[in-house]
Design a protein around this ligand. Structure first.
Ligand SMILES: C[S@@+](CC[C@H](N)C(=O)[O-])C[C@H]1O[C@@H](n2cnc3c(N)ncnc32)[C@H](O)[C@@H]1O
Length: 375
């Protein structure tokens, strides 16, 4: 089958105008610094879905990353099935997608007084923010004065100790049965987001900045998460997209795999350690945790094409939307070939304000989405 190119190729989309469900304002998406986040692309994705008649169905987001696309899909009243290999993404998915009512933290009633159940979440966050800092694994390894840190400066000493204190407290609450697993992940998601906001990095955690960024002096503040109140049985997982394609039945499937050799597991190693709450052996100048188990097949020339084909062969989706950067491991010809085995292919291109880091000189980027349909 030949890909349809023609008029769709140079594609300009107007600002967001959603028809189904409550419109989501950009400000309601949780801002999370994440390489390749599609936060800014969401209005384009929304328009592409509408143009192709994709509404009110089950929507898969199998490379969920920051969860921006899943949050959009939940808000636009799709039933969401999402996964990512990162534990960090999984915790965010649990908090922002799986949770459909603000947790009440009933089990903390005796410990944290509040005017009513609705107010308890705020009091719980205030309690955690006011905990005295406590040196632990993050302080020891990633803060300038930590005993094993070799002067690594990912966080200020004060924020490193605070992260350790909050992480330990919520783990103890769960251990003692005072909070549920979902309440635990709801609080942990706030901690992960706040840690990324006060980190002395250029975006990812691959390395810390030798000349400290002003973020490092920000006080750790736990963001108040808003629950997108859409009572549907959203499902989230912490597995590969290749595995999820076997398990999650979806009508529309959004795929946003890595397109170069950079392993996300290495770039987000520090958040992964906070998410797992473990004490791994660390390697190298930047104290990276081992990540062999979650190396992505999409980051290798030898395996990327096969991995994409596997997902498309396994999924029962009728519509597939693929984001894939130019100059990636797979070139346009290979992608079209693989997608053509699935259905009719269209290509959309548009320009957006790109994710910026210290090495980015331009703030405009050309993004591309491939759409393939069995209809
Ligand atoms: C480009 S990012 C996705 C960004 C996401 N769409 C967003 O808006 O934030 C790629 C993501 O794919 C994940 N990943 C890599 N290989 C994977 C695989 N085989 N299965 C599932 N997730 C994978 C990475 O952990 C990373 O979060």
């Amino acid at each position: 089958m030949v890909a349809k190119r023609g008029s769709d190729r140079q594609f300009k989309v107007n600002p967001i105008e959603w028809v189904a469900g409550k419109p989501i304002k950009d400000s309601t998406l949780v801002a999370f610094r994440f390489l390749g986040s599609k936060r800014r692309v969401i209005p384009k994705l929304d328009t592409i879905l509408k143009m192709n008649g994709v509404r009110n169905c089950t929507f898969g987001d199998f490379f969920a990353g920051s969860t921006a696309v899943s949050q959009y899909a939940k808000s636009a009243r799709f039933t969401v099935k999402a996964t990512d290999v990162l534990r960090t993404s999984y915790v965010l998915l649990r908090a922002l997608i799986q949770v459909i009512r603000l947790p009440q933290f009933h089990g903390l009633r005796n410990q944290i007084k509040s005017a009513g159940d609705g107010a308890r979440y705020e009091r719980v966050l205030q309690y955690l923010e006011n905990l005295p800092g406590k040196p632990g694994f993050i302080y020891d390894n990633y803060c300038p004065s930590g005993k094993s840190s070799r002067s690594r400066s990912f966080f200020s000493d004060a924020n490193g100790k605070k992260i350790d204190a909050v992480r330990e407290e919520i783990a103890n609450w769960r251990w003692d049965g005072k909070i549920t697993d979902l309440e635990h992940d709801f609080l942990l998601a706030s901690l992960l987001i706040s840690a990324s906001r006060c980190a002395n990095t250029a975006g990812s955690f691959y390395a810390y900045l030798r000349k400290p960024d002003k973020r490092i002096s920000k006080q750790l503040k736990l963001p108040r998460l808003q629950v997108i109140d859409v009572a549907r049985p959203h499902e989230v997982a912490n597995m590969t997209a290749e595995e999820a394609a076997d398990i999650f039945e979806v009508h529309a499937l959004y795929l946003d795999p890595p397109y170069n050799k950079q392993q996300y597991a290495a770039h987000y190693h520090l958040l992964e350690t906070i998410a797992w709450g473990d004490r791994p052996e660390l390697y190298g100048r930047n104290g990276i945790r081992p990540y062999a188990e979650i190396r992505s097949a999409f980051c290798s020339v030898q395996t990327a094409a096969k991995a994409l084909s596997t997902i498309l062969r396994k999924t029962n989706a009728r519509h597939v939307i693929l984001s894939y950067g130019k100059n990636g491991i797979l070139d346009e010809k290979e992608i079209i070939q693989i997608l053509s085995n699935f259905g009719e292919v269209k290509i959309y291109e548009f320009s957006i304000n790109s994710y910026q880091n210290h090495h980015t000189s331009s703030n405009r980027a050309c993004e591309r989405m491939y759409y393939a349909s069995k209809d």
